[in-house]
Design a protein around this ligand. Sequence first.
Ligand code: C2O
Length: 596
Amino acid sequence: MKREIRYIDSSTLDTLFSYIVESSRDGLFRVWREKTNMKEENFKFDIRMYRDLGDSFNEETIESSIFHSVQEQAATRLCRNHRIVNVNGQFPGPTIEVQNGDSLEVKVTNAVKYNVTIHWHGLRQMRNPWADGPEFVTQCPIRPGASYTYKFTITDQEGTLWWHAHSRWLRATVYGALVIKPKSGSSYPFPTPTIEFPVVLGEWWDRKVISVLRQALFSGAAPNISDAITINGQPGDLLRCSSQGTTKLTVNKGDTVLLRVINAALNQQLFFSVANHKLTIVATDAVYTKQFTTNVIMVGPGQTTDVLLTADQQPGRYYMAARAYATARNAPFDNTTATAILEYKSANSQPILPQLPAFNDTNTVTAFSNQIKSPGKVNVPTKIDENLFFTIGLGFFNCSPGPRCQGPNNTRFGASMNNVSFVLPNRVSLLQAYTQKIPNVYTPDFPRVPPVQFDYTGNVPRGLWQPVKGTKLYKLKFGSSVQIILQDTSIFSTEDHPVHLHGYHFYVVGQGFGNFNPSSDTANFNLVDPPQRNTIDVPVGGWAAIRFVADNPGVWLMHCHIDTHLAWGFGMAFIVENGVGESETLLPPPSDLPKC
Ligand code: C2O
């Protein structure tokens, strides 16, 4: 079967191209551009989804839903055109909607000139780090022209996650929602919404993002801040030349709306609020929570928050708005406000803006995050086998003054965990080095505590500002119970950091300000109903305590989800060893795993 579709290519001016879509026997659609060559800035996703329907193993494809969506021109923002890297010509990329229990095959073809990988943020990928995606951690990147098929099964997870590029700064425009619905026959633990709507928050640069990073890594200085916060790829009415594209959500009075809020921004924590409407929190990071109501939420990069809203106000138009929560002292940030419109059917009044907290309103953040809890009693590990303490934050490398030494006072910016500034390998992935016992790629000696103890959030002597570069991993026995205290430092400035652990969900048993105090703070841990997350926004100038059981073998990255900090070395990785028997052992590598 051949058919032709008209399709807007998002990386050029409003030009329409013809694509030939052929559905072949294996159920996959193949797409060619007629006459022109495939645009260099496009990736291609072929998605096959298998759903286990009792005894019949049924195959369906959601490819068609990816290609039928002809979107507005995606690359004109703030009055200017940019060529952006995207997936299937869509920005944000396609929402992938699946059910708990589904198995997916996503073939990623790299049609750009950069190396790329795709990460399925928050998916546990049990025994299957091969499908996790961070470049040089679990795989070598997909080279230009090459492809790799991510194969994985969703096991006991439902809610909102997302996918993004995990190679350099490509995730600035390569991201999309991953929505996991309950299995057929089961339902949400809250009233079934009339409307479900992903709200994907991002950042837009009015220049080429890859060169922003390249310039920063060359000069050693901080990268340029973004020029607009976006909601579903659009800055909205308050920004120049942006009204036309503003994201809109039309509702009927009385509708229950489930907003799936995802912070896909590269570098910025964000407040989010809807004018005149209360938000009921029902889940974070694809784990259901105790329900509570609030006017405003704060979402760190990497985190997701599901909120219910009832359209019970005077029929009209209301802004949904997102703006920075910024805590680093004297650091510039993008202070724009992104808006989308919640509009009651046939209302055409001027939209009302919600009141957003001040940029540095930590009290609001603390009050909000303290309310996030599991719905009831959960099974928190209490006997701890691995008691780890990691300092987290920025640092500086001294250098000789010159073009490559443009950080504060003749330095280059760095970042570290326990004073180790993480360096990725470049000839093989850590996972391959581990499984194939390739020497000289990493050392398994990541320190369990910082090399020196100091007043972490006090006045830190300059002598402690310089981290040490290394590729250090920490080994965990299968099944061990792990506690990590993540302690912010005031080196350069205190700051809240969204720390993400791949392959796991962890319990957040405690959070506080200042230096962690083992005797008094441990006594106050919540071991009853702490929330479960994959990304914790560690309080500014404070600490967070997390616990998990190392039940997923593999190599798993832990890092700050602020991409600038990751690029500066804010990361480390765990090796979780195999346990006993097949169910506790790594799967073999797929045959098409990219080569370096
Ligand atoms: Cu969402 Cu390591 O990433």
